[in-house]
Design a protein around this ligand. Structure first.
Ligand SMILES: [Zn+2]
Length: 437
């Protein structure tokens, strides 16, 4: 195409957008200058720029710098069209095997009631403390068809679930309703490796675009729980979702699970500080049987002054809800970002210095916006933790007689084993107590 232009076969090139024109800013600018020198103009439809206009190149520079990340993400011809639909509030999901939703008219998502139940089951079991492997195993045992809806050689739907499928379902934003679209995009033109869009691209956030399957707070709690389970200490041997909440009072390490007499009838499971024999200074904290920890938890739970604790929860939730600083800050920054973009668009006669200034300003605002957005998400999750705590404590009845992994998972933050044979229990509402083993 460039050669054709140089040979005089073309005098105007019409292209969809700056980001479609070349792989990166330097390429675009170089090519446009070359073409301009021989009198060939380029029109960018999306940005409404004609490079032969006096304003063209300046505007192009700023547009390119803003769209640099975007330009990297383009790897298919259809992308522009998809974005266009996104900004119009219409979009389609990229794949058909999407558990919980059917594709309706114009690619809109419609909840599939039967599949939505499976999604809810996955989210709630995960929060109750099951591992992704365990959830996958049980879904397989229950002969639940996988999201791919693939059929085996006998014509039956495939029911073999993998932990990786569970992980991708647990992290999918579409289940909380509002779609944060284009959250992954192709970052490497050649290798097609995808990476998360952390705001480098304009994010098209469509509020109430489709019905939620999982309440937003529960979804946020799952993300916090996933981050907790990703901690490096979780990778040590013998650490389970249960034991990860039990900590050594001496060194802070997690209590790992050890199996004694693993082959004979005296087999039993015990827990001890994972650093007990590895560090020079041995921790003095005791080795405990699973039953001892579970009984101590029941004792601790039954010793809580329910009325007082529930009142405290109410107060905590109100205080968190009343503080709207991060929301206000995010809204303000969002408005400022829009102003900067508008200013640049409407002011084509800026000097390079001004352009650099605006670009720096834009990048700074986006960075700060991301921080506030993250604060809002964390606040929502914190509120939900306390609310879920209060609800489960209320429903647990006045005396709990049997250990429940659900209560362990949804109420307890940490259990710290101390040397004088005591365990300090710290709950999600912040309340704590110490019981003798
Ligand atoms: Zn220790």
């Amino acid at each position: 195409m460039i050669a054709d232009a140089q040979n005089g076969k073309l005098n105007l090139i019409i292209t969809k957008s700056v980001s479609r024109f070349a792989r990166n800013t330097v390429d675009s600018i170089t090519t446009i200058r070359k073409l301009k020198a021989i009198g060939v103009g380029v029109i960018f439809e999306k940005e409404n720029i004609n490079t032969l206009d006096s304003s063209g190149e300046l505007l192009l520079t700023i547009m390119s710098s803003l769209a640099q990340e975007e330009s990297r993400s383009i790897s298919e011809n259809v992308t522009w069209g998809i974005r266009k639909r996104m900004s119009d509030g219409k979009y389609s999901i990229g794949y058909s095997s999407f558990l919980g939703f059917d594709k309706g008219k114009n690619g809109r998502l419609i909840v599939n009631k039967e599949q939505a139940e499976i999604v809810r089951r996955i989210f709630s079991e995960y929060l109750e403390g099951k591992s992704t492997h365990q959830i996958a195993k049980e879904l397989t045992e229950d002969r639940i068809p996988t999201p791919t809806r693939k059929v085996d050689e006998n014509g039956n739907l495939v029911c073999t679930w993998r932990a990786s499928t569970i992980i991708s379902i647990l992290s999918n934003e579409k289940y909380k309703g509002d779609a944060l679209l284009q959250k992954t995009f192709v970052t490497d033109y050649l290798s097609h490796k995808t990476k998360k869009n952390n705001g480098e691209l304009t994010r098209y956030y469509i509020k109430d675009s489709h019905e939620a399957i999982i309440p937003v707070e529960e979804w946020e709690m799952v993300q916090i729980e996933t981050a907790r389970r990703k901690q490096p200490s979780f990778k040590h041997s013998g650490i389970t979702v249960f034991s990860s909440k039990v900590r050594c009072g001496d060194c802070g390490a997690i209590y790992g699970q050890k199996v004694w007499h693993s082959t004979d009838k005296y087999r039993k499971t015990v827990y001890q500080c994972n650093h007990k024999f590895s560090s020079k200074q041995k921790c003095q904290t005791p080795t405990l049987k699973e039953e001892q920890i579970k009984q101590a938890f029941l004792d601790s739970l039954n010793q809580l002054d329910r009325t007082q604790v529930l009142d405290d929860c109410k107060l905590a939730v109100e205080t968190l809800k009343n503080d709207e600083t991060p929301e206000k800050e995010a809204t303000k920054l969002n408005a400022e970002i829009e102003v900067v973009v508008e200013l640049v668009k409407k002011n084509p006669h800026m000097s390079q210095e001004q352009i650099d200034l605006y670009t720096a300003k834009y990048e700074d605002l986006v960075e700060r916006f991301k921080i506030e957005e993250h604060r809002v998400e964390r606040k929502c999750a914190a509120i939900k933790r306390v609310e879920v705590f209060a609800m489960n404590l209320k429903n647990a009845g006045p005396v709990v007689t049997e250990f429940s992994s659900k209560l362990w998972s949804l109420l307890l933050d940490k259990a710290i084993v101390q040397h004088n044979n005591t365990i300090k229990f710290i709950y999600y509402s912040g309340v704590e107590n110490t019981v003798i083993i």
